[in-house]
Design a binder for this molecule. Structure first.
Ligand SMILES: Cc1cc2nc3c(=O)[nH]c(=O)nc-3n(C[C@H](O)[C@H](O)[C@H](O)COP(=O)(O)OP(=O)(O)OC[C@H]3O[C@@H](n4cnc5c(N)ncnc54)[C@H](O)[C@@H]3O)c2cc1C
Length: 43
C-alpha cells in the first residue's frame, strides 16, 4: 500500500514539500490542501 502525504497550505512551503516528496518517492500519493482560492506558483 502506498503512503499518502497530506500537506496543509498551498504557499511556497507547501509546493516545495510536495515537489520534494514526489522527487524522493514517485509512488507517494500527495494531497495539498489550500484554504484560499489560489495556490502559489513560480516559473
Ligand atoms: C507583504 C509581503 C510581501 C512579500 N514579498 C515577497 C517578495 O517580494 N519576494 C519573496 O520572495 N517573498 C516575499 N514575501 C515572503 C513570502 O511571501 C513568504 O516567505 C512565503 O510566502 C512563505 O511561504 P509559506 O508557504 O511558508 O507560507 P504562506 O505563503 O503563508 O503559505 C501558507 C498557506 O497555507 C494556507 N493555510 C493556512 N492555514 C490553512 C489551513 N488550516 N487549511 C488550508 N490551508 C491553510 C494559507 O492560506 C497559505 O496559502 C513577502 C511576504 C509578505 C507578508
Amino acid at each position: 500500500m502506498s503512503k499518502h502525504v497530506v500537506i496543509i497550505g498551498g504557499g511556497a512551503g507547501g509546493g516545495s514539500v510536495a515537489a520534494e516528496a514526489k522527487r524522493n518517492d514517485p509512488s507517494l500519493r500527495v494531497t495539498m490542501v489550500e484554504q484560499g482560492k489560489f495556490v502559489a506558483f513560480a516559473a
